[in-house]
Structures are given as C-alpha cells and as structure tokens.
Design a protein around this ligand. Structure first.
Ligand SMILES: Nc1ncnc2c1ncn2[C@@H]1O[C@H](COP(=O)(O)OP(=O)(O)OP(=O)(O)O)[C@@H](O)[C@H]1O
Ligand SMILES: N[C@@H](CCO)C(=O)O
Length: 353
C-alpha cells in the first residue's frame, strides 16, 4: 500500500504588457507530478527520492532531489515546518509541457509544484497564503507564482514588511535553497530561514471567455535573470504614468464581453520592460507593431510574455493568421518559432489517487 497523489500546475504569462511584476495569466500547458511512497516505510536504510522526467527540459533537468528546483522547494517547505527529510522510497515522475526560459513561467510552475509537494508530503495543510509566502522566498516577483497557484488573470503586490520581516524575506536565495554539497549529512541545512507571514496579496480579475492566448514561442531560451539585467533602475514619470494608465484599463477591459480591440490593443502597450528587452529578442518591436486589430481581425492585443522571448497575442479568432504572420516576421530576423493556442487555465491542483 502506498500514498499516491498528483500535482498539476499551469504555465503562466506575466506582465501582459504594462503590468510588469504585477499581473499574471495562467495558461493551459501543465507541469504534472505523479508522486508515490509507501504507507509504511520498508525496514532498512533510508532510500532517497527517485525522480524521473518526461517532456520539456527532460534532457537537462537535474534528477537529484537535492539539486532539482521542485524538490529543493519541497524540502525547504518541509524543513521550515519541522520535517527533516523526504519520506523514504519516494518516487516522483514529472511530465512537463512548459518550455524552459521562454517567458511561460516554467520556473514559477516548478516552485509552486515544490511548495505543494512539501505541503502534501508533510501533511501540513498550509493555506494558499502561506504557500505563496514560501514561493515568494524563492521567486521574488509575485506575478507568475500567484497566477500558477490560484489560476486565472491575477494581480498581486508584495506587502511592505517591517524591518525584521523585510530582513527575513530578503535573505539570499542561496540560504533559502542551499546548494546541497555532495557529502551533506542528514543534519545539513536543517533550519532554513522561514518566510515572514503574508508577503503576497492578490486578486483575480474577470476574464472574457471568448479570449484565447496565442503563444508565439521562438526556438531559443532567454533566462529571466538575463532579461532583468537589461532593465533600468529608474523610470521617468511619463513612462510610469503611461503604464499605470494602461494597466488600470486593461484589468477590467479583458473581463468585458465582447472585448473591445481598440481599447485593449492600446492598453497592452508598455514602456517599462519591453523597450529595453528588444535587444535580446530580435523582431520584437516589428511583431508587436505590425500585427494589429486592423490588419488581423480577432486580435485584441500583443505583448511580450513574461521576460520573453515568447510573444503573447490575445485574440478571439484569426489565431493561425496571427501566428503565421509573426512567424514570417521572425524569419526575417533568422528566428524560427512554434506556436500554440492556449486557454486560460484554472489554478494548481493536488489530487489523491
Ligand atoms: N519543471 C522544472 N523542474 C526543474 N527546474 C525547472 C523546471 N522548470 C524550470 N526550471 C528551472 O527554471 C529555469 C527557467 O527559469 P526562468 O525564470 O529563466 O524562465 P521561465 O520561468 O521559463 O520564464 P518567465 O519567468 O519569464 O516566465 C530553467 O532553466 C530551470 O533551471
Ligand atoms: N515580471 C517578470 C516575469 C518573468 O518571470 C519579468 O518580466 O521579469
């Protein structure tokens, strides 16, 4: 007899134009974990987790539980809650549909899967808000992880913390998720820094059912860290107001039926991150400016997905033409793409089997 359960976490697209580090949208590509361990551990020595992987990233993802992002987050959650180790004889199969480093929230999904895994293995019954605290200690911008956890079109902010809590929340990632040395004994890293309570707060906006997301996915990776390095630390008042005005309109406009393409196209423009990222994504300004609601009926708006390089086109119809025309534009820059039409997904689930 064994404990068996599965964890399913959706992909996410962050920012949606002007909502840099603020809004996220869950999408119908999934990271799924199938987990099993014996109800009564067999006698004998402790057997560490066995991880297998299929799908995106299977050839590069670490299968050592002390190196893999998902299991390291799970161990962090367990250890912060007084559980020192994974159960003996744990097996985890991960099937991943979310491409790595493309702006579709692969790392956010891995982190949320880890928080849910730790919660389930330790039988901790942590509420959503606490799971989010753990995720935010690892991925420090809330847009992807919040949307991956709760699902839908979601806005979030990080609470201003008092001095003590702010210090606790800003310990380096290397201390939250230490690189376990090869000779780490059982007592190594047993007491990681705990997250303060209530770091992230969120709200789900309305979403018009007629809107689908066309993900136009260039065949190259761009790490979020690299795409954040090119951003300035200061912005002009003009650019800030440009984004705030659009974001305020966008959060309601995408919930209206029928959606208004003229309102949405302009509301998905951005001056805070996309202009600076164009040097990393050849063809980005051309794709976002040449594909418009007047040239492509059905299109509502078009933006960089997360930190890129994926382009997200929101549309009610005409998906293939939008994607194939984006393909032609990218081709002139020597970039090949794949594309998928995605639905807005529900949040993460944990199901006993
Ligand atoms: N399922 C997974 N299991 C383990 N590690 C993963 C998994 N998914 C992603 N990662 C790690 O996260 C890295 C990608 O994270 P990164 O933040 O750069 O991109 P992203 O999350 O795909 O994009 P964005 O944050 O812009 O949406 C991968 O290279 C890998 O190290
Ligand atoms: N808001 C983040 C999302 C990437 O994970 C960024 O654009 O850098």
């Amino acid at each position: 007899m064994a404990h068996k359960f599965s964890i399913t976490v959706p992909a996410t697209s962050a920012n949606i134009g002007p909502g840099f580090d603020v809004v996220g949208l869950s999408l119908s590509l999934y990271l799924t974990l199938t987990v099993s361990y014996p109800l009564v551990p067999p006698q004998g020595a402790y057997v560490p987790p066995a991880i297998t992987y299929s799908g995106e990233g299977a050839d590069i993802v670490p299968l050592d539980a002390y190196k893999n992002l998902t299991t390291r987050v799970a161990l962090y959650v367990l250890r912060c809650n007084g559980v020192a180790q994974f159960p003996s004889h744990l097996t985890i199969h991960c099937n991943n549909e979310i491409p790595f480093g493309r702006g579709l929230g692969s790392s956010g999904a891995a982190v949320i899967a880890g928080a849910l895994l730790g919660n389930a293995l330790g039988d901790l019954n942590l509420p959503t808000e606490r799971l989010l605290d753990f995720a935010l200690m690892v991925e420090r911008h809330p847009d992807n992880v919040t949307a991956a956890l709760v699902g839908g079109f979601v806005g979030s902010y990080l609470k201003e913390l008092d001095e003590e809590a702010s210090q606790a929340a800003s310990v380096p990632l290397s201390e939250v998720l230490p690189e376990y040395p090869p000779d780490a004994g059982e007592n190594w890293g047993l007491h990681p820094p705990k997250p303060p309570h209530g770091i992230g707060h969120y709200i789900r906006f309305g979403w018009s059912e007629s809107i689908k997301a066309v993900a136009i996915i260039p065949r190259f990776e761009l790490s979020t860290a690299k795409a954040r390095e090119v951003l300035p630390t200061h912005y002009s008042r003009k650019d800030l107001i440009f984004n705030l005005q659009r974001l305020a309109v966008l959060t309601t406009a995408l919930g209206q039926t029928p959606p208004d393409p003229d309102l949405i196209y302009e509301a998905m423009k951005d001056r805070v991150h996309q202009p600076y990222r164009r040097e990393l994504i050849p063809g980005l300004p051309e794709v976002t400016s040449k594909i418009t609601p007047s040239t492509h009926p059905g299109l509502l708006g078009i933006c960089l997905s997360g930190a890129g390089p994926t382009i997200l086109a929101l549309a009610t119809e005409g998906f293939e033409r939008i994607a194939e025309d984006a393909r032609s534009i990218f081709k002139t820059f020597g970039i090949e793409i794949d594309w998928k039409v995605l639905e807005v997904a529900g949040g993460s689930t944990v199901e006993k089997q």
